[in-house]
Write a protein that binds this ligand. Structure first.
Ligand code: HGY
Ligand code: MN
Ligand code: MN
Ligand code: MN
Length: 423
């Protein structure tokens, strides 16, 4: 089969297909931070970047960068003295992932660079392939972009994965020096702004019958590990009056969390539940569950957490167990930058026949899904371009996009960069 022309939607889709090869499992797509698959994906994407005329480098946190100068020549990422517009997204995935969450944004960014070859710009252009947006391995999300925006917290080093490997040990095993993670931080004065193209991961654009939209604000999630401790006892010999069943208590908590979230108009997800000792004839003595909380505002999210914590205290008392929590991630809700967003809107309006230049018709969406743009907002203005995805499905192998929408996104993304270059 002939390779699609670089800088086309077909080429972008082909890259997303190719990246599915770098996975920890042969039955699903899973590529987590500091894994062999992460290294392999960085190698593959770096080759695509160089082919697009970028010089490439991996930074001190495992993020992949490609850069061209304002004049259009390959230039070492992070070069100072010539501020850069960064086009980025992430290369890591959740377990059983779809192939477009993150990867579409990186492939689109490289395609834009292909489109702009030979075009001088008033700023350098960098493409970022962030290394850990999902937080799937260590619990803390946005690790790659937090390092790139100078927000790394030494408290994260001891967070461990399901096998007990700490972030610090995984860093070293990957060939990175924990002591140098600060070197990944980009300076505000070296950045013009940050743009990210991403699938919507929701149903709004499909409901509107539109291929593209821009992002107004991005929800900041708070994530916790809740540990329920009861008492492991014999399944036959222990009467109910003597039981302190950690799993039954956790089950009450899970359904109560959903009731509280629905009442509050927030979003709560218990994504993982580990029970021990885990035998059919032993009453569970311990249940550990993860909790992801989001809402339209940080205040609403925090109020929801307060009610969840109170419910946990009530259930602990009623069921004679203890319920402790540890917060593993917290990100502030982010409002996208006016100038970056105006460029995204202008790009969409100019590039999509649905809008025929009418910027006012371009839909602005709240993003309940988190993105690397949230971290990059700490050092530069951010703008996001959303691409319709079928039925809003994401974090699932059935994630899918229309080639025509990807073509519209590529045109719009390129036009947005040129709008910032005032071309
Ligand atoms: O969880 C999220 O919202 C994003 O996909 N990391
Ligand atoms: Mn995701
Ligand atoms: Mn994503
Ligand atoms: Mn026995």
């Amino acid at each position: 089969m002939t390779e699609p022309m670089t800088g086309t939607a077909a080429w972008v889709l082909e890259r997303c297909d190719e990246l599915t090869r770098h996975t920890a499992r042969d039955d699903a797509l899973e590529r987590v931070y500091l894994s062999p698959e992460h290294a392999a994906a960085n190698t593959a994407v770096a080759a695509w970047m160089r082919d697009a005329g970028l010089a490439t480098a991996t930074d001190a946190a495992g993020n992949l960068w490609g850069r061209r100068s304002a004049a259009g020549t390959p230039q070492q990422p992070g070069t100072r003295g010539e501020p850069a517009l960064v086009l980025g997204s992430h290369l890591d995935t959740v377990p059983d992932a779809g192939r477009y969450d993150g990867m579409l944004g990186v492939a689109l960014a490289i395609a834009v660079v292909h489109r702009l070859r030979g075009t001088a710009l008033p700023f350098a252009l960098e493409v970022a392939g962030f290394s850990d947006e999902e937080g799937a391995r260590f619990g803390k999300a946005l690790l790659g972009s937090c390092a790139a925006s100078g927000q790394w917290d030494a408290a994260w080093w001891d967070q461990a994965d399901a096998d007990g490997v700490t972030l610090r040990d995984a860093f070293t095993a990957f060939g990175l020096d924990p002591g140098r993670v600060g070197a990944a931080a980009r300076r505000p004065q070296d950045l013009v702004g940050y743009l990210e193209a991403h699938i919507e991961q929701g149903p709004e654009l499909e409901a509107l019958g539109l291929p593209l939209g821009y992002v107004t604000t991005i929800a900041g999630a708070r994530r916790f590990v809740l540990t329920v401790t009861g008492e492991a006892r014999h399944a036959g010999g222990t009467p109910y009056a003597r039981r302190r069943d950690a799993l039954v208590a956790a089950a009450h908590l899970v359904t109560r969390i959903e009731e509280l979230a629905v009442d509050a108009g927030g979003l709560a997800t218990v994504g993982e539940l580990r029970v021990s000792p885990g035998a059919v004839n032993v009453i569970p003595g311990r249940a550990e569950l993860t909790l992801d909380l989001r809402a339209r505002t940080d205040a609403a999210r925090d109020a929801l957490w307060g009610r969840v914590a109170a419910a946990a205290r009530d259930i602990a008392r009623e069921r004679h167990v203890s319920i402790e929590h540890a917060e593993t991630h917290r990100a502030p809700s982010t409002t996208c930058d006016e100038r970056m967003t105006a460029a995204v809107v202008a790009g969409i309006a100019a590039a999509s026949p649905e809008f025929a230049g009418r910027a006012d018709d371009v839909p602005g969406l709240w993003s309940p899904a988190g993105h690397d743009a949230m971290a990059m907002a700490a050092v530069t203005g951010v703008g996001m371009l959303f691409v319709r995805c079928r039925d809003g499905i994401s974090h699932h192998a059935d994630e899918s996009v229309e080639a025509a929408d990807v073509a519209a996104a590529l045109d719009a993304y390129t036009a947005a960069v040129l709008a910032l270059a005032d071309k």
